[in-house]
Design a protein around this ligand. Structure first.
Ligand code: ZN
Length: 474
């Protein structure tokens, strides 16, 4: 009898394969060499494979791991320092970001990975500057991570209202070289868990020539461009001034809107512009929590979907969300869109669950490897404990309440096991690949210093909630 590294049985499974959500009852899954070898009735699978390890999950739900398609985990140590303000960049994150360095970036990634894993995230779509230590940590920690390396030509400084960003070609080529270097060193590492995408920060932050160059280099390497697109009125103002066009019209003229583009946010896009991006074959990453808190806006994902586009979800960053938790993201996405359109039928639970799994994989170009539980795919899956009060009661026949409960009731602590590439990374509250107390301790120390370092700047610019802070009321 062939052996399997793992056989796991559960009374409920959503494979996310096929037209619906692929619900199966009383099934088992056999895992070998990091891949799903087979799925089938529990008795059948147990008779066909000799497992090295067998997990019986008797009152659990098994489903693919969540895909968080857009994150700036490097910002995680600034969690809670930048909310409830109209000028997030300046009055929120600005005073503290100037105090961050590579040590803080790496710690932030560690903290965010710990948070995400415990809430069922298996794929972490980080977007940041190239830092080999971060890449090494992501590899070591066992997670799946398509990392986008930021490419930027605009000088980093505080610009006045309406002031055109100053491009520095030398800075642009330095960041492009770093991206190419990261691609050569890391793309495909960790049995394919680590990949590298190209990340022009936005159409306002790089020149037209740079965009053309990035597109050519990404296509030569068969990788994707992951870029903020129309992420705010500031971006629109910049491209109007520079090119006389709104960002999406400008990108369309350049030919950048195509199937290899991951367009993040579309915060300031009109519905017809979102539909155009979808029609060109690009995917959208929707960061509902972040854009809700930072901008008070619900991006036009509904129009994107209606135009036939694929929408993935992203948690963005902790200083403006404030969590890396896909349960949170699914719920906020469903709620915000129902509220925006004053229609409870918009974005049903099943649709946002697809965005967090198979549609997220499709957007990232990874749907041949992850996003659903099917033989031949990588074994990236999570197990949810249905005996937690937030998941009770379980109703399965003739009605089934599992998906609405996952999206609207669960908070993340219901996740009892997380597996990536066949390796268990988290089981019953314990991490298998890193030392959480050490990460938490170092994060606390760093963030306390950061708060002290940024306080003066924060007071100078009269940052968010400054009055309440000054009076000791907060
Ligand atoms: Zn972003």
């Amino acid at each position: 009898m062939p052996s399997a590294d793992l056989i796991i049985t559960a009374p409920h499974m959503y494979t996310m394969a096929g037209k619906g959500l692929g619900y199966l009852a009383d099934q088992a899954m056999a895992v070998t060499d990091g891949k799903i070898r087979d799925l089938g009735p529990a008795g059948d699978i147990e008779n066909r494979f000799t497992p090295k390890r067998k997990i019986n999950a008797p009152h659990h739900l098994l489903l693919p791991g969540f895909i968080d398609a857009h994150m700036h985990m490097v910002d995680a140590l600034m969690r809670g320092l930048a909310q409830d303000t109209r000028n997030w960049m300046m009055h929120g994150i600005g005073p503290f970001q100037m105090g961050m360095d590579e040590t803080g970036d790496l710690l932030g990634v560690k903290l965010a990975v710990a948070e995400g894993i415990a809430a069922g995230t298996t794929c972490f779509g980080e977007f940041s500057d190239y830092n080999p230590e971060i890449m090494a940590f992501l590899d070591r920690s066992g997670v799946r991570s398509p990392v986008t390396i930021r490419i930027r030509e605009a000088e980093e400084k505080i610009y006045g209202p309406g002031e055109l960003y100053e491009f520095n070609p030398e800075k642009g080529s330095r960041s492009l070289s770093a991206c190419l270097d990261a691609f050569d060193r890391w793309h495909g590492r960790g049995d394919g868990r680590i990949s590298v995408f190209f990340g022009p920060q936005g159409p306002d932050f790089v020149s037209r020539d740079m965009l053309r160059k990035v597109q050519r280099l990404a296509k030569e390497r068969h990788t994707r461009i992951h870029m903020h697109v129309q992420q705010g009125d500031r971006e629109t103002e910049q491209t109007m001034k520079r090119y006389g066009k709104r960002p999406i019209a400008f990108l369309d003229e350049l030919g950048v809107l195509d199937k290899d583009l991951l367009a993040v946010h579309l915060t300031d896009a009109r519905e017809d512009e979102a539909a155009l991006v979808a029609a060109r074959g690009a995917s959208m990453i929707l960061c509902s929590g972040s854009i809700g808190i930072i901008d008070g806006i619900v991006p036009p994902a509904r129009a994107f979907l209606e135009a036939g586009g694929t929408v993935a979800l992203g948690s963005d960053q902790a200083p403006g969300n404030n969590s890396h938790n896909m349960f949170n993201e699914m719920k906020l996405t469903a709620l915000f869109n129902k509220i925006r359109y004053e229609d409870p039928e918009v974005m049903p639970a099943w649709q946002v669950l697809k965005m967090a799994t198979i549609d997220g994989a499709r957007a990232l170009g990874l749907d041949n490897r992850i996003g659903s539980l099917e033989p031949g795919k990588q074994a990236d899956f999570i197990v949810v404990d249905l005996t937690r009060p937030s998941m009770a009661p379980v109703i399965t026949a003739p009605m089934r309440n599992l998906v609405p409960n996952l999206v609207y009731s669960a908070r993340g602590h219901e996740v009892s096991l997380v597996c990536v590439n066949g390796n268990i990374l988290y089981e019953n509250g314990e991490y298998t690949t890193f030392d959480l107390p050490q990460i938490l301790g170092a994060s606390e120390r760093y963030a306390s210093d950061l708060g002290i370092r940024g306080a003066e700047r924060f007071r100078d610019i009269n940052g968010c909630n400054a009055d309440m802070m000054r009076k000791g009321l907060l």
